[in-house]
Design a protein around this ligand. Structure first.
Ligand code: ZN
Length: 233
């Protein structure tokens, strides 16, 4: 997909899947960087030789710059998840625009390359927040399936969508961190699961089903975005 095509995504729409003839699945990780979680995920991805798209929180990038650099240096794609994890639907749209524009600029300065993708915290957008992000030059990306790895659950429960609903073009939501009061929210206690092990098992299950994993831009290089309007009233 070229940049010109990216600009044709309809107003209010988000990418939630990739239409592709290749047997690929897009891995996406939210809420990092986070010591331990991100480190384990990076190690698992390295062992499998696959890349992913990480939607990072700007406040965490500032707190853990070396971990962020490690992620970028490993060849993973970076998207923006927000300055912090507050719901955009509860923030003045002008503030959303300024925050997003400034965070994009700061991330691009750190990376030395362009940022294209944005994922709103909790996947929540109003029409106004969508417009504010669009005006900041970023395309919103949601997901097809989620690992639900924000809970402590048996590993086989986490892997259910991987085992039961795997298909080419899926955008899988996983997490390398857990948002906390430092990110402006209170979502309870973080799970104790091993995020590296979960990544290892997930990539392994996909591989058994003949599917390889990649970042969003890699998938869109040979595919087309599937979009839908998913806005909160
Ligand atoms: Zn998040």
């Amino acid at each position: 997909m070229s940049d010109d095509e990216a600009e044709t995504i309809p107003v209010g729409s988000s990418i939630h899947e990739v239409r592709t003839d290749t047997k690929t699945v897009v891995l996406t990780y939210d809420d990092g960087p986070e010591p331990d979680g991100t480190e384990r995920v990076l190690e698992a991805l390295r062992e499998h030789g696959v890349t992913a798209t990480f939607f990072v929180l700007m406040g965490r990038v500032r707190r853990f710059p070396r971990l962020f650099a490690e992620m970028a240096d490993a060849g993973h794609e970076v998207g923006l998840h927000g300055v912090d994890h507050q719901r955009l639907t509860s923030i003045d749209p002008r503030e959303v625009h300024h925050r997003t524009r400034d965070a994009r600029s700061e991330l691009e300065d750190r990376l030395g390359s362009e940022i294209r993708w944005f994922r709103p915290p909790y996947g929540l957008h109003s029409r106004d927040s969508w417009n504010a992000v669009d005006a900041a030059g970023l395309t919103t990306v949601l997901w097809t399936d989620a690992l639900r790895d924000w809970w402590d659950r048996p590993t086989e429960t986490h892997l259910e969508p991987v085992i039961n609903a795997a298909r080419p073009g899926t955008i899988m939501l996983a997490h390398d961190g857990f948002a906390s009061h430092l990110d402006g929210v209170d979502d309870g206690r973080p799970p104790t699961l091993d995020r590296g092990r979960l990544t290892d098992l997930m990539v392994g299950v996909y591989r058994e089903q003949g599917l390889s994993c990649c970042s969003l831009t890699e998938a869109l290089d040979v595919g087309r975005p599937v979009t839908d309007v998913r806005l909160t009233p």
